[in-house]
Design a protein around this ligand. Sequence first.
Ligand code: NAD
Ligand code: IPM
Ligand code: MN
Length: 355
Amino acid sequence: MAYKITVIPGDGIGQEITDSAVEVLKAADKKFNLGLEFDYHDAGGTAYDKFGTPLPQETIDACKAADGVLFGAVGGDKWDKVDPAKRPEKAILGLRKALGLYANLRPVKVADALVEYSPLKPELVKGVDLVIVRELIGGIYFGEKCESEQHNGAERAWDLENYSVPEVERIANLAFETAKLRRGKVTSVDKSNVLATSRLWRRTVAKVAENYPEVECNNLYVDNCAMQIAVNPTQFDVIVTGNLFGDILSDEAAVVGGSIGMLPSASIGECTSLYEPIHGSAPDIAGQGIANPIGTILSAAMLLRYSLHEEAAADAIEAAVDKALGEGYRTPDLWKEGFTKVNTSEITKIISERV
Ligand code: NAD
Ligand code: IPM
Ligand code: MN
């Protein structure tokens, strides 16, 4: 049986990093005889330039028909002035909504070889192994919004945040189920000292927690959580939070491991799951062949594990990444004296050979 993987490179470094992940997937396919088939579709600014829309219907249809979606990144200064409804970022937001991808899992694990690359002290970072469970299709991202209106003689804009009990219940259930398979701790992050949506969030998470007596549950305000990630990241197992807080905290948590280029993610929900690195299209380094593809390669490994249930192949890719890092190969974002500096295609080849 063949597996169909829809690949959406997108914009900026999206092309380079998805090419790299596909090359590693092909190495895994060769070794484990998986029967992978790839089909490519447009989204983001690239799609806007071609079709006048960042998310063509045929891209959505292809994702729905696939066994898994591998997504690069979208966005760039070039499209900053287009109609907000047609911005490249609408492609990933629209896909998440169209596929019902309500949960985004962002695992942060610091490989021993990278402990000294963290901006934090090695003793704080050693052993970090946490996962951010971010609600992905609700909250302020998808509430009613107004780009511009006149109010009391001044121009203003607004975005509404709302969360319903069922929306919080389903993400909380997933967080507790995830914790059961890990170290059994959930930290729920909100701003319930100020926001009504956060108070509903905290109440609902507490109710869900009653069904999981074996899982320890605590609450943190988001401002404190941001600080705790910097001062004591090993305290965390599963962090569950809303869409906006999850976006911000995951960039912070990513860099604990040395570079945002390393962090993969899985978005799961009602239909095909989608896998993407957490970083963006990195316009400042796009086209130079120096982007770190590891976040995308590890996203591909998550696709094999969660969507195709090809555990051995996923393990092999993750082990190959660890091996390449252990042997001292580094893309420029992680390079320092004494290590071997490699570009995107070189690290890809090195990882592929070790799969
Ligand atoms: P970014 O993540 O693209 O880049 C932030 C910094 O990290 C840059 O200096 C960049 O060079 C570096 N970086 C990111 N990924 C890297 C990698 N793989 N290897 C080496 N260095 C890497 O964030 P930004 O600059 O705020 O946003 C750029 C564009 O990307 C914007 O249009 C934004 O909306 C979009 N974006 C898209 C996604 C997505 O498609 N899922 C995610 C985040 C941002
Ligand atoms: C991410 C990105 C997206 C988000 C943008 C590009 C819409 O920052 O995947 O983290 O905010 O969710
Ligand atoms: Mn983000």
